[in-house]
Design a protein. Sequence first.
Length: 380
Amino acid sequence: MNLTLNDEQKRIQTLAREFAEREVKPGAIERDETSTYDVGLFNKLGKLGLIGLPYPTTVGGQGMGYLEYALAVEEISKVDASLGISYSVATSLYGGTIFNSSASEEVKKKFMAPVLSGEHLGGFGLTEHGAGSDAAGQKTIAKQDGDFYILNGSKCFNTNGPLADYYVIYALTDPSVGTKSMTCFAVERSTPGVSIGHIENKMGIRSAQVSEILLDNVRVPAANMLAQPGEGFKLAMKTLDCGRIGVAAQGLGIAEGAFEIARKYMMEREQFGKPISKQQYLAFKMAELYTKIQGAKLLVYGAALAHDAGTRFTVDAAMAKMTATDVAMEVTTEAVQMLGGNGYMREYEVERMMRDAKITQIYEGTNEIQRLVISGTLFR
């Protein structure tokens, strides 16, 4: 496996890094404090061509791959994991559901191009209050009515929910057979009956907007169906595999961002007459963390390459997501400790990164679910 970046991948990496440092980082603390989202930053991601990286030009993308996309998520998440997950959801969960669906090319372009351009946000409606890790516990119903389907139900923990103009919504056509009737629809926010429920007040990723999506007799054209009844569960699982690469890249970026803050601080902070980086215990701890970050990076890039090669990547994505997010939690916790009292203060940013890191171990499949995925392949 060759993990040497080519010139185009290096260009994407540099483009995302410079944008993150120049435009995303300056307001990250304030956006976290106020739980506000800057839609303008998402718009600029689209203008730079970063949102559509892994999709062909026929649907409004850039015709590249998941490695380029992972590089961009990583760089954005080094300074603002909230924008990182908003970007990831719009690209891999919303965009991935539609692109991997059985919808016509016309429908794919209609619903993907406005989001990939950065002009509109997209959301992903799978999770419900009674259906988290157990996606089969869906209660949202889609009932056919001629050339339309009527949707009733609700979705929770929907990243981009309050701001999105487009959603992908998973539902059952026959609750008595469960996932054997699961389907999925592209739904416009402007459709009568679509409304925003509770907006979450979160521990971390506070700038990202997360809410309930309420569906009350929402009338959706049958042409907007993205998966035939019974095919929706398979589409959701494939989409989550893709999404886990994005969350893995997010975790990697958080870890790298916190590590760099700690590294610079340790070179400047003096105690007992010398920089604390000269204290062997702390230096060795940083060496261990750096090694874990590099290991996580290999898994993240490897999963993205497996996706782009067209090989089965479910386990690769699970290993990358589990490892990179666990490393993110460890590195950010240690970074707070390395900075001592300053690490606990918001102006030094690592406490925000620690809060942000925690959710990466939970969403898009808890790390316990990732262990189930991985272990399930070991004893066949």
